[in-house]
Ligand binder design. Sequence first.
Ligand SMILES: [Zn+2]
Length: 338
Amino acid sequence: MPEPKTLQEAIVYFADPDRAFEFAKRLRWPDGTVVCPRCSTAKNSFIKTRKLWFCYTCKKQFTIKVKTIMEDSPITLDKWMTAFWLLANAKNGISSHELGRSLGVTQTTAWFMLQRIREVMEGRKFGAKNKIGGEGNEVEADETFVGGRVKNMHRTKRTKYMLDSRGPNFNKTIVHGILDRDLRQVRARVVPNVTRETLQDQILKSVKFGSTIYTDAAVAYESGLQRTFVHDVVDKTQAYVRGRVHVNGMENFWSLMKRTLKGTYVAVEPFHLQRYVNEQVFRFNNRATKDNPLNDSDRFVFLMSQVLGHRLTYSDLTGKSESPHHAPTGTRQTPEPF
Ligand SMILES: [Zn+2]
């Protein structure tokens, strides 16, 4: 059977547990040498009936899921792989309700699977922590406010919110983003505030020396940047673009992100927002272009192959310490429950 190219083919392909297992094994150990994830030695024997290995060095068994985000999950490999395929390729994201229905698992289980995959999407191997820009590259930096929509609030909360002197954005979560126009790559982080220190710190962390940076005229960007970068400012309130000095690319990214958040995920709590930002950045940075004709299968293989070494505990995921085998108790049920 040829390797899958479409979602339908992927579902059929991975429905065979042996095939899913062999596929994952090739991604995890591409040269064919199975190495123990605990002690890194290659002396082991394969127990075929149980699809696991016994390591002669550390005298322990290991499965293909050990030391990955799938470890401790009772969900079978074929379901995981279908979930990876879906999230890597769904243009507008996929809700936990939808994934739960597709895989035949509960919505809570589907939600945990999606959160773990989004965590992988931020991984170092995707370059999310590598700097962009560089000598001669044009970079846009911009921030946006997410959430806190008045419309969905209870009346008393809404009144309080409208009267709050801190202005219309105090209740929102801030995301800062950087776009390299030449590389067509984005980096984006949830930030605690829009002070000069915070925003410039994001730029210094993500942008290489010598880049040309375009921002809006936010006070936070004034001075400081010139020492490291060439800095050009466009004042968004003037509603025009001085030649190449604009942040339209970043604004397009924000509108894509907000459409997905609003349309598919309905409500995302601030604590979880970074993972949804990761998902959007992954999709943007790995979309097909003329120079880089990626298809669905490529994106899936790319994401799946990075799974190794990414583990997410229950407390990382929720900020609470509880067993990963139980549904989150006492957490508020929102349209996209957290
Ligand atoms: Zn070992």
